[in-house]
Design a protein around this ligand. Sequence first.
Ligand code: ADP
Ligand code: MG
Length: 361
Amino acid sequence: MSNVTISVRFRPLNSSERRGYDDAICFQALDAKSFWFTDEKEDDVLFCFDKVFYPDCGQADVYEFLAMPIIGDAMNGINGTIITYGQTGAGKTYSMEGPNIFDCDEHDKGLLQRVVDGLLESLKSSTDMAKCTLKLSMVEIYMDKIRDLFDLSKDNLQIKQGKNQEMYISGATEISISNALEAMRSLSGIANRAVGETQMNLASSRSHCLYIFLVQRESVTDGRMRTGKIVLVDLAGSEKVEKTGAGGRILDEAKKINKSLSSLGNVINALTTGKTSHIPYRDSKLTRILRDALGGNSRTALLCCCSPSPSNASESLSTLRFGTRAKLIKTPLIAIASEQKDNIEKTTPNNSHDRVLENLR
Ligand code: ADP
Ligand code: MG
């Protein structure tokens, strides 16, 4: 098994898709991992992934499959990344934040709110730990510049490499979180600021948004500090530029998005060869930040979001092909396990601990 999990989520048809195409859909489910995809222009294609979330799947299903294992690992000092990919309107932000980041009922909560709850819950129930902290940073990559969403005056943050080779964003504001309500307040604080910024609203589907959680726990028994990082990445829309009929600034934005998404694709392609040298991480800020995630010392879950409508079939097909390529990434788990084995908690074995040990054998 690879440390990269690829899943697909088809959102429900929306009202205009229903009107235009008589409730037709572009896929035929086979099972929880595979489906036939129908595109008028091509023969039907069979796709297989680690998991397929059909339109009737809920937010809790997505959280359980994608985020729960990553939370368990983060508590043991193993990093995790969850990335949503797909054309604008395919359901990336819905999967990440729910229909409304500040105000959604339990059922609609996205990965972000559920990860906050899950991390706080895990921290509360860990017995051996003296000091636990959970910190959150939020940044946006827009036109290949990194902007701090907690402090908009920091609009060109730089990426640095730490002493353990880990990538971090230097100077990004970190908010400490000790309860879920506080977490939601910090998020609504930033969004209130953002609403005033037309630019930001406009940019929402043309920027990559990253939520970075840092979990630190100090053990009572041995005094050791364990740090785990979880990064949630809501990517900009992957649609082709021509389709948007764009010009001027919009075209410039689209080119930058395409460049960073294609460098992500190039990194993925290079990783599928199984070689660890010459991976073009440096080609974009996005791939530099995701270097830890894709290169082997992290568990990564990619969620490919698709519209179920035949009207979006060609974009969905390109999203599915992106996911298929990513499935071939070869980063052996041994790399994770050996790099992180000092971080693994010995006193409270759990599934992820067992899994890492298994991989060391
Ligand atoms: P993206 O971020 O990929 O551009 P959104 O997440 O904003 O797309 O989704 C577009 C619209 O579809 C939003 O109104 C969103 O609430 C709705 N939507 C997306 N996925 C789902 C889903 N699984 N269930 C219900 N509504 C959804
Ligand atoms: Mg979005």
